[in-house]
Design a protein around this ligand. Structure first.
Ligand SMILES: Cc1cc2nc3c(=O)[nH]c(=O)nc-3n(C[C@H](O)[C@H](O)[C@H](O)COP(=O)(O)OP(=O)(O)OC[C@H]3O[C@@H](n4cnc5c(N)ncnc54)[C@H](O)[C@@H]3O)c2cc1C
Length: 652
């Protein structure tokens, strides 16, 4: 048991914590910076921003990714936008409002100090990205444009059509490319981190596999940064890129890093519905579409008529009805549950009945088709290519799908894990989004962590390490870690069983979705916890990994990742079972508002909304590995609210 967890959030008023911390943080002189080597695993927005900023400061950086190019990191897929408290619209936005919206959006399960810092640096991110040449949408007069995202009543989201992530990543990548060309960053594409190396209790390197030659070897450093993204693919079907996985974070967990709130998963309300058993991926229809699209379902159960045959008064615009103050821009957890309720009542649309409509007819009438095209054309195109339907003429069909993971490795205010030297950025850490992330806040967090936070805070660790004192890769800990990973690779290749890696992944994913997905209960979680270890055993006895370890072998790569998902899925279920409350995306069926509750009677919340238990669960659950995947230890970091007072989360 780790004991108490020190978040290291500075004392003092919330507005001055970050300024104070920056001033009190250690400085490292330029001549010494050159002597420190830093490993950055990940080249998405968080990793690329961190690697290039640290190189610009003078540190020697090695950056790793498993794609063939750093600019193929999953961040490229982000569609809708990035939040920033610029208040360009003059509609009442401020740093404090972005801070408040984010804490409330996370259902009061995020750390106040971190969130305020995020809101503070949000404005700098936009300036930085404009300087990097990111072509944000502009108004007719040339000023940057904004739109709205869920959980906010102001327009603070900056965007580049429906491809904001792509444009931002090209900006961060250009920064990374410059520092690679200048010699500050050494880039290792197609190189997968297999393990973290811990020497005398400090993270001092990683074991990697060259994915082309198959060679397993290690790199040593003075500090290690993981910016390895989220783990939504534990559910097999998700909106994440197929390669996204938990391996880097999970293996760090097995080496002693704490995993915080692993059960906090975001289900996005508007994705293209599942179409068949052998589908391998789901596609997001960005939340930005809900600026102009209206969600509805037929009022009548089992109504199979085409949408244009259903008259206005036979339609239920369920979000506008249930959450009139936020309407179609209710936060994702709430909008997803509302869609599920409608479908569970038998009012879902499409062949499976698991779908609702996202209808643009009113906006097209109001603004004209060219304007809607200008805002979202690539999303309409994508929808057309997948469904063969023209969403300018007929409403999109959408259903909730796994999208983002709020849980991640535990970090303090310096973004350092409990393992000294190991820092974690972007979606891979847990820190800013509580139990539900608001739309357009992940890009903001990744870039905040990489461009503005870690360049300052990493010095607090490095200053405790003498320059040039890092161990070499012939140290016994490196040798041991390499051997263990070679042995695991050989073991996977030697099984030669009868089932593919994907078939195990699909089975785990379905189990996770049914038992630990949009709704969970003590009963479903107990069943999953009983089943996962046997599935794991079947995997290790009957998986078939063809080919060899000495060349490119995608089945082998997947097998290692699925082996980790098969342990991690159990951790998620244990976390969900231990949290006897509902909050944000964690909806435990036993804990919801009913018609008898005064909050429902007074119209503050709807029947079926999540019911928190602040007395017993206003904390971060940080899990510690014991070596037995079924018996991790639960540590707690109490959440202290000095500025915002947790209240019933109402969007009515
Ligand atoms: C379809 C979609 C649309 C989205 N739209 C938005 C949006 O509009 N606004 C918003 O704010 N958020 C959005 N998000 C969320 C957001 O895109 C992600 O949270 C964010 O981009 C994650 O960035 P990251 O840098 O943390 O990780 P990633 O971009 O996922 O990068 C991870 C990096 O780590 C590397 N890596 C991982 N494991 C290993 C390993 N073992 N060895 C070596 N390298 C490794 C990968 O190669 C990659 O370079 C969206 C997400 C999806 C799925």
């Amino acid at each position: 048991m780790i004991g108490s967890l020190d978040s290291k959030v500075p004392s003092g008023p919330i507005e001055s914590k970050w300024e104070k911390h920056k001033f009190e943080s250690k400085l490292i002189n330029p001549a010494n910076k050159r002597k420190y080597e830093i490993i950055v695993v990940g080249s998405g927005l968080a990793g690329a921003a961190a690697a290039s900023s640290l190189a610009d400061l003078g540190y020697k950086v090695k950056c790793f990714c498993y794609q063939d190019s750093p600019r193929r990191a999953h961040s490229i897929a982000a569609q809708g936008g990035i939040n920033a408290a610029k208040n360009y619209q003059g509609d009442g936005d401020s740093v404090h409002r972005l801070f408040y919206d984010t804490v409330k959006g996370g259902d009061f399960r995020a750390r106040e100090g971190n969130v305020h810092r995020l809101a503070e640096v949000s404005a700098n991110i936009i300036d930085q990205c404009v300087a990097l040449g990111v072509p944000f949408a502009r108004e007719y007069g040339g000023l940057l444009g904004n739109r709205s995202f869920g959980g906010a009543q102001v327009s603070r989201t900056f965007y580049a059509r429906g491809q904001t992530g792509q444009q931002l990543l090209l900006g961060a990548y250009s920064s990374l490319s410059r520092t690679i060309a200048q010699g500050g960053v050494q880039m290792f594409p197609r190189t997968e981190m297999l393990d973290l190396v811990v020497v005398d209790g400090h993270a001092k390197g990683i074991v990697v596999r060259d994915m082309v030659s198959g060679e397993i070897f290690s790199h040593a450093a003075d500090a290690v940064i993981l910016a390895t993204g989220g783990y939504g693919n534990v559910f097999y079907l998700s909106t994440n890129a197929k390669g996204c996985n938990v391996t880097a974070a999970y293996r760090a967990y097995k080496k002693g890093a704490l995993f915080a709130n692993p059960c906090f998963t975001q289900i996005h309300p508007t994705c293209i519905p599942v179409s068949g058993d052998y589908q391998s991926k789901l596609t997001l229809m960005s939340e930005s579409l809900r600026n102009d699209g209206r969600c509805w379902a037929p009022k009548k159960k089992g109504d199979k008529r085409a949408p244009h045959e259903i008259s206005e008064d036979e339609r239920d615009y369920y979000l506008e009805r249930m959450y009139p103050a936020f309407g179609n821009l209710a936060p994702r957890d709430i909008a997803s549950r509302a869609a599920k309720t409608v479908c569970d009542e038998g009012r879902g649309v499409g062949p499976s009945g698991f779908g609702t409509y996202l209808d643009f007819a009113d906006s097209i009438k109001r603004l004209g088709e060219p304007m809607i095209k200008e805002r979202y054309n690539n999303l309409f195109d994508m929808y057309h290519q997948i469904t063969s339907e023209n969403a300018y003429k007929t409403p999109m069909r959408v259903y909730p799908a796994v999208h983002y993971t709020m849980g991640g490795l535990w970090v303090d205010y310096n973004l350092m894990s409990n393992l000294p030297g190991l820092h974690v950025l972007g979606e891979a850490n847990f820190s800013d989004h509580g139990a539900n992330r608001l739309g357009a806040s992940a890009l903001m967090q990744g870039l905040a962590d990489g461009f503005f936070v870690i360049p300052t805070t990493i010095a607090n660790y490095l200053a405790t390490q003498s320059p040039g004192s890092r161990p070499k890769t012939d140290h016994p800990e490196f040798q041991k870690a390499e051997e263990e990973n070679r042995a695991q690779t050989n073991k996977l290749l030697a099984i030669k069983g009868r089932k593919s890696v994907d078939s195990f992944h699909r089975e785990l994913g379905l189990l996770m979705w049914d038992m630990c997905g949009m709704a969970r209960s003590e009963k479903s979680l107990t069943r999953a916890i009983a089943r996962i270890p046997t599935l794991r055993e079947e995997f290790w006895g009957n998986v078939n990994v063809p080919g060899s370890g000495e060349s490119l072998n995608m089945a082998l790569e997947k097998a290692g990742r699925v082996a980790d998902f098969l342990e991690f899925g159990e951790l998620m279920c244990l976390d969900a079972l231990a949290r006897n409350e509902s909050c944000g995306g964690h909806f435990r069926e036993e804990f919801q508002y009913t018609a008898k509750d005064p909050e429902v009677q007074k119209g503050i919340v709807c029947e079926g909304d999540v019911k928190r238990d602040d007395t017993n669960f206003c904390h971060v659950a940080a899990w510690e590995s014991t070596g037995d995947p079924s018996k991790p230890v639960r540590n707690i970091e109490p959440l202290v609210y000095e500025t915002v007072h947790p209240a019933v989360r109402s969007y009515r």
